[in-house]
Design a protein around this ligand. Structure first.
Ligand code: CA
Length: 228
């Protein structure tokens, strides 16, 4: 799954440099030149991560980060602040505003990409392309392959994303609406029972290997991937 990265930066040259590097790393860049434009994109669809410049023409990056952290829908978006200010005080202020990480200009694109990967791995592991193993399953996002107790299995794209999400969030219970937000994307208007259809297909695909019990129904709550 390609992570959408919202780049909020008013300096044209830096904006283009960011977009180029993000694309090179296999992410999808969305470009905004001020806070207002960023909010239009965010209201349309939540990005998977925001690279947020400190100094914007219409509002400070710190202010925007605070606003996002205060919003029910936006509070969990990973944010990396970009800044020309290297002082300790600013770094503390940036992190206190709710940013996950902080990087000082001029930055090396390699370092920035390493930070993006680290934040995504921590905050949105289903966006990472690292191979994950759990409960006898091994899933490789980059090759789109899954093995169940050593045997290859075939899954449709939605079941693949659903399984990837579960395998990176083991033992946690998710209701249908949370699964829709995380796997289908927010602002996607599908009925909650669609989730049940794909859970059923996923279990059917896992059944021959005897691993269908990994996907548990939690009565009244939703579903959980459990290896216990
Ligand atoms: Ca700026």
């Amino acid at each position: 799954m390609t992570a959408n990265i919202l780049l909020v930066e008013d300096e044209h040259a830096i904006q283009e440099l960011l977009a180029f590097n993000v694309t090179q790393c296999g992410y999808y860049p969305i470009q905004a030149h001020d806070a207002a434009e960023a909010m239009i994109h965010i209201n349309h669809a939540l990005p998977d991560l925001i690279l947020l410049d400190w100094m914007l023409p219409d509002c400070s990056g710190v202010e925007l980060a605070r606003r996002l952290r205060a919003g029910q829908r936006t509070r969990n978006i990973p944010i990396i602040m970009l800044t020309a200010r290297a002082e300790e005080h600013d770094k503390v202020l940036g992190l206190e505003s709710g940013a996950d990480d902080y990087i000082t200009k001029p930055f090396s694109p390699r370092e920035l990409m390493a930070r993006i990967r680290a934040v995504l791995r921590r905050r949105a592991p289903q966006m990472s392309d690292e191979t994950v193993s759990a409960g006898g399953l091994e899933l490789s996002p980059s090759t789109h392959r899954i093995s169940a107790n050593g045997a290859m299995i075939d899954l449709g794209p939605t079941e693949f994303r659903l399984l990837h999400f579960f395998m990176t969030h083991v033992e946690r219970v998710y209701n249908r609406s949370q699964l829709l937000n995380n796997v289908w994307g927010d602002h996607v208007f599908v009925e909650e029972r669609t989730v049940d259809v794909h859970i059923r297909r996923l279990r059917q695909a896992l059944e021959p290997s005897g691993l269908d019990n990994l996907i548990q129904t939690v009565r009244g709550s939703g579903y959980r991937f459990s290896c216990k």
